[in-house]
Design a protein around this ligand. Structure first.
Ligand SMILES: Cc1cc2nc3c(=O)[nH]c(=O)nc-3n(C[C@H](O)[C@H](O)[C@H](O)COP(=O)(O)O)c2cc1C
Length: 166
């Protein structure tokens, strides 16, 4: 899948087939994350990949809108050091992960993240040192049905594109 196709076809998938994701594929997905841009190239991130079912279930219980993580093939925790632009940097890496997953035919869903009261609990579960913030929690899994890669309602280009001035 080329880049344009991946970013236009990616849609949040919350229903996963009972099929593990190969470690090599997960490694390749995280490898794509580290190529995201960061302010001053500080690369403040760390990525925790969780695949053990019990741990996935624990994360799912903590995320009020992420119960489907319990059935995911993997969950990636995007952590960043508390730098000035940690949120932008971590969000850029997050999007790379979602797009790389789409390339491999793996569905994904971005689950917040930074502003949630459960952040501390997930960071503790991950064994992260105190200086890290939790930018995003990403559920990954092969979609249960091919239909999950649907065309979602998106605002039309002509409504939001402004040439030269707003
Ligand atoms: C910062 C952020 C937080 C999100 N948190 C959740 C969440 O907690 N649970 C969830 O099911 N989806 C979550 N989403 C996914 C959005 O609901 C989804 O991206 C949006 O509805 C657009 O659909 P699409 O991803 O298929 O294009 C989140 C997305 C972002 C960017």
């Amino acid at each position: 899948m080329d880049a344009i196709e991946a970013l236009k076809k990616r849609r949040s998938v919350r229903d996963y087939a009972d099929r593990p994701i190969a470690k090599k594929v997960l490694e390749e997905i995280i490898d794509c994350a580290r190529f995201a841009p960061t302010a001053c190239n500080v690369q403040p991130w760390e990525f925790v990949v969780v695949t053990e079912r019990e741990a996935l279930e624990k994360i799912a219980r903590l995320c009020n809108y992420g119960k489907f993580i319990a059935e995911a093939g993997a969950c990636v925790l995007v952590l960043c050091e508390d730098t000035k632009y940690y949120l932008e940097d971590g969000a850029a890496a997050t999007e790379n992960i979602l797009l790389a997953a789409a390339h491999f035919g793996i569905g994904s869903c971005w689950v917040a993240g930074d502003k949630k009261p459960y952040c501390k609990d997930i960071l503790k579960l991950a064994g992260a040192p105190a200086k890290y913030k939790l930018v995003s929690v990403l559920a990954l899994g092969y979609p249960k049905s091919a239909g999950e890669f649907r065309l979602a309602d998106k605002r039309p280009l002509k409504e939001l594109l402004h040439w030269e001035k707003f």
